[in-house]
Design a protein around this ligand. Sequence first.
Ligand SMILES: Nc1ncnc2c1ncn2[C@@H]1O[C@H](COP(=O)(O)OP(=O)(O)OP(=O)(O)O)[C@@H](O)[C@H]1O
Length: 212
Amino acid sequence: MTAPSAQSPLLLEARALSFYRQDEPVFGPLDFRLHEGEVVLVEGDNGSGKTTLLRVLAGLLHIDEGELLWRGARWQRDEHLGDTLFLGHHLGLKGDLSARENLAIASGLYGVRDGASANQVLGDVGLPGYEDEPVRRLSAGQKKRAALARLLLLPATLWLLDEPYANLDRTGIELVNRLLEQHAARGGAALVTSHGAVSFLSGEPRRIRMHA
Ligand SMILES: Nc1ncnc2c1ncn2[C@@H]1O[C@H](COP(=O)(O)OP(=O)(O)OP(=O)(O)O)[C@@H](O)[C@H]1O
């Protein structure tokens, strides 16, 4: 899963990428490459900029310095919004709406992966009987599962997962690993941050190390 063949096309390349807050560097300069089929762990101490990096790559924060290339061409925020999917500490779910309604909003904006349906992905993430409950009534782990359903439904190639294992039980952790494996097998890629035990089903992930 984490070691694509030498022929795997290059998806994303960061060259001397840096981000500043009030003229203070948060991270960088950072260089890395990500190929189709790769799942890479972003690691570093608290405050080293892992979340910030994912938010930059999701187009939520502006790049201050350096270059970002998507399939060899300059990355343009507006052109690549649907190519990436960010799952952060805030899950991006509307609490008064059900998991199914939240999925309908997301798929209305970004489309649906070939062959995927809301019913099927809600089943895949293990939310039986809770599909139509307002999200605010779900447990933390169930909310996380509702957010994970978005990964399966939307067509994004690059997943940016910030602490995806947080609040999940053992089957939830296995679910995340399975989703990552399936995504990589179909040519997708992911950057994952995690403070907890990361136990990918096969192999050791490559790592990008953030320095505070
Ligand atoms: N909204 C914000 N406004 C100002 N500073 C911020 C903001 N968000 C993060 N920072 C600062 O940016 C730096 C990097 O934060 P970031 O959340 O990216 O780190 P992290 O590596 O993800 O940390 P953690 O492991 O604790 O989740 C920290 O010094 C933090 O205080």
